[in-house]
Design a protein around this ligand. Sequence first.
Ligand code: GNR
Ligand code: NI
Length: 169
Amino acid sequence: MSVLTILEFPDPRLRTRAAPVAVFDAQLKRLVADMFETMYAANGVGLAATQVDVHQRVLVIDMSDERDQPLVLVNAEIVEKDGAQVYQEGCLSFPGIYADVTRALKVKVKAQDADGQAFFYEAEGPQAVAVQHELDHLDGKVFVDYLSPLKRSLLLKRLEKQRKQAASA
Ligand code: GNR
Ligand code: NI
């Protein structure tokens, strides 16, 4: 297993739309294992393959405090959504930047596991936020896309400033 490099905004590769997984082979299982290792190493609650420059519809989530509830969704599609919630989001591709985003409160997804077995998964609250945030990455979308232009430019300036400070420290 390996910790992979996470692409950071404004890397244009984050705008790539991922293709469906067609072959459920050892290479896919290796990708999933590496994505979990990368997510845990970065203390993230989710990771989309897009963020590690693999443009296939694979996402991993673990919202548990104990970091022992790995969930992998391959070729996930939202089939139902309900309600709304505002949640303060962060993203491993925007280190140190947080902003409130409004999303559905509940989602039901149809997905496949790493063996290609289809299943339904229902999430509510923070879990539902994570699923929607990761699915957006697979479509080349990031959380700051939901903000007003003013708020977005403020946060992106802050990101630049933090990077400069980190580089000179
Ligand atoms: O680690 C993460 N935390 C987080 C917090 C609030 C809302 C969404 C997230 S996902 C993020 C990891 C990440 O960037 N996944 O794409
Ligand atoms: Ni993210």
